[in-house]
Design a protein around this ligand. Structure first.
Ligand code: HEM
Length: 510
């Protein structure tokens, strides 16, 4: 939202009073400031550095860093921030000071929609550690992922069928929408056991809500940054997120109640493996001896956390990878050659084939380097720290610009070239957060717990799209980005698939 447009919606008299009082407080705070802060671009009273930011914030930070250096201090309204844009600094902040940066800031909208108890935004502590362990080891651990393999296979097969139909009719397909449907259906079943049926079902309402909430989470709201705007409902944003929360609450209440009735009937608790997330969480809720007491609000917030974190991110990663393959036909041919040689043409690629497809693995990494779905690792400090001689006060927002690091010629040769080979030939760089040049899933204690799940889903979907189809587009692809919680392509990816080889037989027999 344009700051000027925002100001136009409030009466001029009120603005004048508030601006003058803020200016006074700003000057007062400057006089009191004794901290040595990192370099900073010129700022304005009240808005601080907000006027430097465009809609794609990671790109604005990247541009500022090229002028003011790899460690900069910004004040977004009244919120202090530091932006970090080199692997060395990323390591200083995220490894050496991992504990100090153990929290995240949450917007007013996120706080309201997630009952004030979102896990992904919680401060590190006993509740966060307990849920992190549950998420990493149990819900998204290897055993559960194996158990949910048939769900992923079925959903991917559905996608292939849709594409095959389109290919037969020589029609275009909106791959962006199809991929969102795929990832949403998979995560929806892993969380609540429900599948989107295409009719007006609860799962469809979930899909619509996830889409709306993801949009809300990614929107810039001036009330988050300028303290005297906190209670102003700019452009009806507050009304929108309040209503969306109410819709989500009604739906999830119903889903939980139905599950509680089912559990009483079927004593589902006896099954120890392959439970959906709702069952795992209800077990914890009902367990009088659980290490941590959780409430129904925690369950509702956690289900939403995973929905939001697990839908757009994976869909966006697949979308960018396919776009790069279409733009780079030589890479696509090489990937098809690898699959044809290793798998042949009488069966589809399976998740378990991944170790045999190093070129495909390198393609996924190369796509995550250029297009990390979450372009910045965002944290908040919980104590004062001194880094490189600079004083970073408690409560400072940290942005590690992984997007910018991935495109820096000091760390990557010809960084804008899509060249998967850079991840082959002796490269030891992986996605697991140990090399600070490449942090698509973050690093350290707050690292993404969905990494194994995402890599499994990402690789098999891209491999099957490559194995089964040739991809054509009408016009050159627009590789611009769109703002959002994950950063998708600016325009939906619309393509014309055409069937390769034996695909019809393979899809129907799989
Ligand atoms: C391509 C897919 C994905 C990417 C690129 C991605 C990326 C990230 C990143 C960069 C972070 C911040 C890490 C940090 O602060 O160090 C994160 C956190 C998180 N992700 Fe993912 N993610 C993906 C998929 C998923 C999935 C599928 C789930 C769950 C179903 C998930 C759940 C979470 C959660 C709960 C957090 C917060 C963890 C915490 O604060 O401790 N993510 N993700």
């Amino acid at each position: 939202m344009n700051i000027l447009q925002v100001f136009q919606s409030v009466s001029l008299a009120t603005i004048a009073i508030l601006v003058f009082s803020s200016l006074f407080l700003y000057l007062l705070s400057k006089r009191k400031q004794k901290h040595l802060l990192p370099p900073s671009p010129p700022s304005l009273p009240v808005v601080g550095h907000l006027h430097h930011l465009g809609p794609l914030i990671h790109q604005s930070f990247h541009n500022l860093s090229t002028r003011y250096g790899p460690l900069i201090y910004l004040r977004l309204g009244s919120i202090p921030c530091v932006v970090v844009s080199t692997p060395e600094l990323a390591s200083d902040f995220l490894k050496t000071n991992d504990l100090a940066f153990g929290s995240r800031t949450q917007s007013l909208a996120i706080k309201h929609i997630t009952y004030g108890v979102a896990f992904a935004f919680a401060r590190s502590g006993p509740y966060w550690s307990f849920i992190k362990k549950m998420a990493t080891v149990e819900f998204l651990g290897n055993q559960n992922l194996d158990h949910f393999l048939p769900i992923r296979s079925l959903e991917i097969q559905e996608l292939l069928r849709t594409l095959m139909e389109k290919a037969k009719l020589q029609e275009s397909v909106n791959l962006t929408q199809e991929l969102f449907k795929l990832t949403n259906n998979v995560i929806c079943q892993m969380l609540t056991g429900m599948r989107c049926l295409g009719a007006k079902s609860e799962a469809d309402e979930v899909k619509n809500l996830v889409r709306e909430i993801t949009k809300i989470f990614g929107e810039f709201n001036v009330s988050d940054f300028i303290w005297f705007c906190k209670n102003i409902d700019f452009k009806g944003f507050k009304t929108r997120y309040t209503e969306t929360h109410e819709r989500y609450d009604a739906l999830i209440e119903k889903i939980i109640s139905e599950r509680e009735i089912k559990r009483r009937r079927e004593t589902l608790k006896e099954e120890s493996l392959g439970r959906d997330c709702l069952d795992i969480l209800l077990d914890i809720l009902e367990d009088g001896k659980a290490e941590i007491k959780i409430t129904k609000d925690h369950i509702k917030a956690l289900i939403l956390d995973f929905f939001i974190a697990g839908t757009d991110t994976v869909a966006t990663a697949i979308e960018w990878t396919l776009a790069e393959l279409i733009k780079n036909p030589n890479v696509l041919k090489e990937a098809q050659r690898e699959i044809d040689q290793v798998i042949g043409d009488d069966r589809l690629v399976e998740e378990s084939d991944s170790p045999k497809l190093p070129y495909m693995h390198a393609i996924i990494k190369e796509s995550l380097r250029l297009h990390p779905p979450i372009p910045m690792v965002n944290r908040q400090s919980i104590e004062n720290v001194t880094i490189h001689g600079y004083d970073i006060p408690a409560g400072t927002m940290l942005f590690v610009n992984t997007w910018s690091i991935g495109r820096n010629p000091e760390y990557w040769e010809n960084p804008l070239e899509f060249n998967p080979c850079r991840f082959l030939e002796g490269s030891t760089i992986d996605v697991i957060g140990q090399n600070y040049r490449f942090l698509p899933f973050g690093t350290g204690r707050r690292m993404c717990p969905g990494i194994k799940f995402s890599m499994r889903e990402l690789q098999v979907v891209v491999a099957r799209l490559v194995q089964c189809f040739e991809w054509n587009v009408k016009e050159a692809l627009n590789m611009d980005e769109q703002p959002g919680l994950a950063v998708p392509m600016a325009e939906d990816l619309v393509c014309f698939p055409s069937v390769r080889g034996n695909i019809q037989k393979m899809i129907t027999s799989s």
